[in-house]
Design a protein around this ligand. Structure first.
Ligand SMILES: Cc1cc2nc3c(=O)[nH]c(=O)nc-3n(C[C@H](O)[C@H](O)[C@H](O)COP(=O)(O)O)c2cc1C
Length: 195
C-alpha cells in the first residue's frame, strides 16, 4: 500500500508537521509506504477554468506545465491520499486549495460536452488538520468541504484527525496528540487491510 501525503502547511517544523511525524512512523510500522509532498515547495498555479483538461479523458491533461503535473501522477498511482493542512480562514491553505481545484477538474471529466469518468474513483482520502479553535468550530467546515469534494469525485472519505493549537507560546505536541496520531494511522491501515 502506498500513501501520498499532501502537506499544506508553510511551517516545516510547525504543528501539522509535528502531528505527521508519529502518523508516518505508524504507517511505516504497519508496512505502508508513504511519501510527503510539501506543497509550499512546489509551483501549483490556480485553475483558470480553461477546460482543456476536459477534451482528453486519458489522463490529467491540464494545460499548465507546472508541479501540478507530477502531483497528479502520484495521486493516480497511490492507494490513499492524506490531506494534511492547518486551518486557514476555516478551510485549507492556498496551495492545497489550488491543488484541489486543479484535480477536481483535471481528474474528474465531468465538465466537457459529455460527462466522463472520475479518473481517481475509489481512492481513499484522510484528513489531518490543526486549528486554533476547538476542532468542532475550527475544522468542521473544512471537513464538510472535503467530504463533499470526495463524494463529488467518487473518492472514499476515511475520516479526520484534528488537533487544537492553544497559541504560539505553548508547546503543541503532547502524549495525547501523539497517541491519537498513531491510532489514526493504525485505524486507517486496519480499514484498508480489510478492504
Ligand atoms: C493565516 C492564518 C489563518 C488561520 N485561520 C484559522 C481559522 O480559520 N480557524 C482556526 O481554528 N485556526 C486558524 N488559524 C490557526 C492555525 O490553524 C493553527 O495555528 C495551526 O495549528 C497552524 O499549523 P502549522 O503550525 O502547521 O502551520 C489560522 C492561522 C493562520 C496563520
Amino acid at each position: 500500500m502506498n500513501v501520498c501525503i499532501l502537506m499544506g502547511s508553510p511551517r516545516k517544523h510547525g504543528n501539522t508537521a509535528a502531528l505527521l511525524k508519529p502518523f508516518m512512523e505508524e504507517l511505516d510500522a504497519c508496512g505502508y509506504e508513504s511519501e510527503m509532498i510539501r506543497l509550499y515547495d512546489l509551483e501549483i498555479k490556480p485553475c483558470i477554468a480553461c477546460r482543456n483538461c476536459q477534451q482528453d479523458w486519458s489522463g490529467f491533461n491540464c494545460s499548465f506545465d507546472d508541479d501540478g503535473q507530477q502531483v497528479a501522477q502520484k495521486l493516480l498511482a497511490c492507494d490513499m491520499i492524506v490531506l494534511a493542512t492547518p486551518v486557514y480562514s476555516w478551510y485549507c491553505t492556498p496551495p492545497m486549495k489550488a491543488l484541489l481545484d486543479r484535480m477536481v477538474y483535471g481528474l474528474n471529466k465531468y465538465y466537457g460536452d459529455k460527462k466522463g469518468p472520475s479518473l481517481w474513483k475509489g481512492k481513499r482520502v484522510a484528513l489531518i488538520t490543526t486549528c486554533g479553535y476547538p476542532p468542532e468550530k475550527g475544522a468542521d467546515l473544512l471537513e464538510e468541504g472535503i467530504k463533499r469534494y470526495c463524494k463529488h469525485s467518487q473518492l472514499i472519505y476515511k475520516g479526520m484527525l484534528a488537533e487544537r493549537h492553544m497559541g504560539y507560546e505553548t508547546v503543541f505536541m503532547d502524549e495525547g496528540k501523539e497517541r491519537r496520531a498513531r491510532e489514526f494511522a493504525a485505524r486507517l491501515c486496519a480499514a484498508l487491510d480489510q478492504e
